[in-house]
Each structure stands twice: as C-alpha cells, then as structure tokens.
Ligand binder design. Structure first.
Ligand SMILES: NC(=O)c1ccc[n+]([C@@H]2O[C@H](COP(=O)([O-])OP(=O)(O)OC[C@H]3O[C@@H](n4cnc5c(N)ncnc54)[C@H](O)[C@@H]3O)[C@@H](O)[C@H]2O)c1
Length: 327
C-alpha cells in the first residue's frame, strides 16, 4: 500500500520567496487554457455567495489528470478588510495528487489568486489588445489594479501610460505614488472613472463585486479598438456597454451561466462569442480589425489556480521552501 506523504504548507511569504513572476505565469495559463479546450480537465462551477453586502465566500475546485493534480480553493472577500490591515480576499488552496487523491500541499491563496488573475488578464490582453496599445485605465487601485498593471506591461511593452481611478482618493494617490514609472509607465490619477477610461486602449475594472449592481461604465467612454477586461463580474460595465461590444469573451461560459442563474448576475450578457480557450486553440473570438471594441469577462477559474499551484509546488520542492506537516 502507498504510504501517506507529508503535506507541504506554504505561507504567503514562502510563495513570495519562490520568485515566480507574472510573466512566467502567462504561458502556464495559456497551456492550461489549451488543456481545457482539449477536454482533459474537470471544473464544476464555482460556489459563490454573498454574506451581507459585497462580502462573499467562494469555493473553487478542478482537476487535470494530464497535469497529475486536482485542487480546491476556499476564500472569503470583504472590501472593508484593507481598512483592518487585511487583504480583501483571503483563503487557502489545497492541492491533491490525482493518482492517489492524497493532499500534497496547502498554500495561502492570496498570492495564487492575486497573481493568476492578473496573468489571466495578460493572456487576454496579449491576444486581444490592439497591437499599438499605449494607454491602460485601471478602475480600482487595489491589489488587482497593481498586479494587472505589472502583468499587462510584461506582455505589452508598448504600454507607456496608465490612467488610474479609485473611489477612495487616498488609494488612487497611493497607487500613483507606488507605481509611477516603476514599470516604465507614466501613471496619473484620473479623479473619475470616465476620465480614466476616455482615451485608454485597455480598461481593467477591478472594483468590488457588488450584490446590488450599480454599473457606471458607459459605452461612449470607450474609444474604438478598446479592450475592456472586467474582473468584478458585471459590477462596473453597464448593459449598454456590454451591448456595444463587438466581441464578448470569457474565461468560462459555464460560470457566466451559473452566476446568471444562481446570483442574478450578467443579465445584460446576451451572447458570448468565445472562451479564452477557444481563442487560443481555434482563433474563435480573435480581433479582426483595429477598431473592434472587445469585452472580456474574466471571472477567475479553478484551473488557473491549479496550473499555478502545481508550478508553485514543483518550485517549492526544488527550493526546499515551506513546512512539512505530518501526514
Ligand atoms: N476575476 C477574477 O479572477 C478575480 C480574482 C481576484 C479578484 N477579483 C475581483 O477583482 C476586484 C478587485 O480585487 P482586489 O483584490 O484588487 O481588491 P482590493 O480591495 O485590493 O481593491 C479594490 C479597490 O477598488 C476600489 N473601489 C471600490 N469601488 C470602486 C469604484 N466604484 N470605482 C473605482 N474603485 C473602486 C476600492 O477602494 C479598492 O481600492 C474584486 O471585485 C475582486 O472580487 C476577481
């Protein structure tokens, strides 16, 4: 009989130490999207429910037999947490080896979520942004705002300007201070969502996922050719802006449908032209002209956590990082 293995525990600090860059996660996710298209994966819809206002719990599971692993992420979200010195989203990710099903690693999920989400935006931007994209708008100057700026600059070196907006003026100012020219991009505080979006080639919406939607992003703010990547479901993007998009893509159709049915979200989404997995394997949903306005709903999928988690496990084992818990 196979012996039970100890479980590797990796804290947020351990994950930081591994030195896995956003630019390195991008091809890992591209390979995962191709694997998803091949059907060698299982991914039931995520469980997501609000727990009063915009606070939420979520659970995400997936397996990829070809990768040799399955994973489960348990998280909470609370937009009040930054004021308490805590991250908005926190939780744990558990990795099991597929051959025996035994858990082999438990890791802090903040790092995984923070980085794989931005890397998934970078996958979308690499394949869907205008070739000459120079200006990015960031709506929501939190963790995702910061990670997305870094990730998109890694895949689109032509980006030279960032127009940032946060509903909390001090957070917008802190974002500008921290990121200005750090990634070779001039970062300016826009003072309003409209001023941030107007003139941008790429728009990232990274405000909270609202239980009662108060979307404000209007189609007339978006210039021809703009790529909008929504990370906060449909909380920011109005139905008019969704209807005005020439192409609508997502990381997972099933999740859009599930969120529509169980959460009452995405009521304005009347068509999905392609998943990112289709785009990468067949070219379905690709940009065909420079003036198409493209909208991507990246809800965040369990397979992104899994692919990133497996790379983390391999690196941590090689570098002997983390604590072994008794089996
Ligand atoms: N799709 C995914 O894969 C995925 C993964 C992780 C997080 N998210 C989502 O991304 C969003 C951002 O997450 P985060 O970790 O960066 O959170 P965060 O708390 O670090 O940052 C959110 C920021 O948005 C600001 N904000 C609130 N309302 C705003 C508005 N109307 N306009 C502009 N700014 C506003 C807040 O002041 C805060 O600074 C959340 O909705 C989160 O649920 C999505």
């Amino acid at each position: 009989m196979a012996k039970a293995e100890p479980i590797l525990y990796l804290s947020n600090r351990d994950l930081e130490q591994l030195g896995l860059s956003l630019g390195e996660i991008v091809p890992i996710l591209e390979a995962m999207f191709r694997r998803k298209a091949s059907g060698d994966t299982a991914q039931p819809p995520k469980i997501f429910f609000h727990r009063g206002g915009p606070r939420f719990y979520s659970s995400m599971v997936s397996s990829a037999p070809g990768l040799g692993y399955a994973g489960c992420k348990w998280q909470s979200g609370d937009p009040e947490n930054p004021g308490r010195g805590l991250a908005y989203i926190q939780g744990l990710f558990i990795l099991s080896e597929d051959a025996t099903g035994q858990p082999v690693a438990i890791m802090d999920s903040k790092w995984v979520t923070g980085n794989r989400t931005a890397a998934a935006s970078a996958v979308a931007a690499k394949h869907l942004a205008r070739r000459d994209a120079r200006t990015i708008a960031i709506l929501g100057c939190g963790l995702q705002g910061r990670k997305n700026l870094e990730a998109l600059k890694a895949v689109l070196p032509s980006l030279v300007r960032c127009q940032a907006y946060d509903v909390v003026a001090e957070r917008e100012a802190a974002f500008v201070r921290e990121t200005h020219e750090r990634w070779g991009v001039v970062v300016v505080g826009a003072g309003s969502a409209e001023r941030a979006v107007r003139g941008a080639d790429i728009v990232i919406t990274a405000g909270p996922i609202e239980d009662h939607r108060r979307a404000t992003l209007m189609p007339e703010w978006l210039a021809p050719g703009t790529l909008t990547i929504a990370l906060d479901y449909d909380s920011y993007v109005t139905d008019a802006a969704i209807a005005a998009a020439d192409l609508v893509l997502t990381d997972d159709r099933g999740q859009i449908e599930d969120a529509r049915q169980r959460e009452g979200k995405f009521t304005g989404v009347t068509r999905i032209d392609a998943e990112l997995a289709d785009l990468l394997t067949t070219g379905q949903g690709r940009r065909t002209t420079e003036d198409q306005r493209i909208l991507v709903f990246n809800l965040g999928i369990a397979l992104e956590d899994l692919a990133t988690g497996v790379e983390i496990l391999n690196r941590a084992r090689r570098k002997k990082v983390g604590i072994l818990l008794p089996a």
